[in-house]
Design a protein around this ligand. Structure first.
Ligand code: 6PG
Length: 238
């Protein structure tokens, strides 16, 4: 196991954070292209929207970027709360990326196990037994979950599989998620954390406490925390 290079980037506002995070992610993608197509896995939720919008403005050769998902709500892709839909609107529709570079988690199989298996096969085709994603974008929930890895759930304990179905505490409850074995292979993981409501979870994660986000330690990669004042201090905005 290699060492994790961990960095904390603090910003007065979520806006400044999202600009800087987008720039760093673009840099990691350019680095990824030195060895073929760059790969990125996206998370949903509200926090990354602004960063995705800025990333869409970055001057990147999108035909050389393969886009995957870190987690998905098990709802149709056109549903209001679909991560795919949000990422399409904020990042993918505005950029010239070919459809065949976009690899959403399927959510149409009656059994999410089948969808997870199919997505894992896709990831095996991309990564084989070698390195993992150039970039993974993650968020953190108030309860400390990341992707759809919730405390106490079997998905968090998974040691072999790369993609599994998961149950969230909040609606929509059915999810698909990448697991720690594949997340740990990433060259760069970027956690985006804004708002006072995330203060407790952020503190636990940074102190290596008992929460799923604290278990993300890319071996041999960088782990970057992008946090605003409100999340750091627990006051001054949500
Ligand atoms: C999801 C995400 C999830 C998210 C956190 C934080 O599908 O919802 O993968 O892990 O990052 O729940 O969400 P917010 O950014 O909305 O607070």
């Amino acid at each position: 196991m290699g060492m994790t290079d961990e960095r904390l980037h603090k910003f007065p506002s979520a806006d400044e954070l999202s600009r800087a995070a987008a720039q760093a992610i673009a840099g990691d993608l350019r680095r990824g292209m030195e060895q073929g197509d760059a790969t990125i896995a996206l998370s949903g939720g509200d926090t990354p929207r602004a960063t995705y919008r800025h990333l869409a403005d970055a001057d990147l050769p999108w035909e050389r970027i393969q886009v995957y998902w870190a987690g998905e709500r098990y709802v149709p892709h056109d549903a209001e709360d679909s991560n795919y839909r949000m990422e399409r609107e904020t990042l993918l529709d505005p950029v010239p990326i070919p459809d065949y570079n976009i690899h959403p988690m399927p959510t149409d199989a009656p059994d999410p196990e089948d969808a997870a298996g199919a997505y894992e096969e896709l990831l095996w085709d991309q990564f084989g037994a070698g390195l993992g994603f150039d970039v993974i974008v993650l968020g953190i929930g108030r309860d400390g979950h990341t992707a759809s890895l919730f405390a106490g759930s079997p998905a968090l304990e998974e040691k072999e599989r790369w993609v599994v179905p998961a149950m969230a505490l909040a609606e929509p409850r059915r999810r698909l998620t990448l697991t720690l074995p594949i997340i740990s292979r990433a060259r760069a993981v970027h956690f985006l954390v804004t708002g006072a409501g995330k203060h407790e979870a952020l503190t636990r994660a940074l102190e290596g406490g008992d929460c799923p986000a604290a278990l993300v330690r890319p071996s041999g990669g960088t782990l970057a925390w992008w946090v605003d004042e409100a999340a750091l201090r627990g006051s001054g905005g949500d």
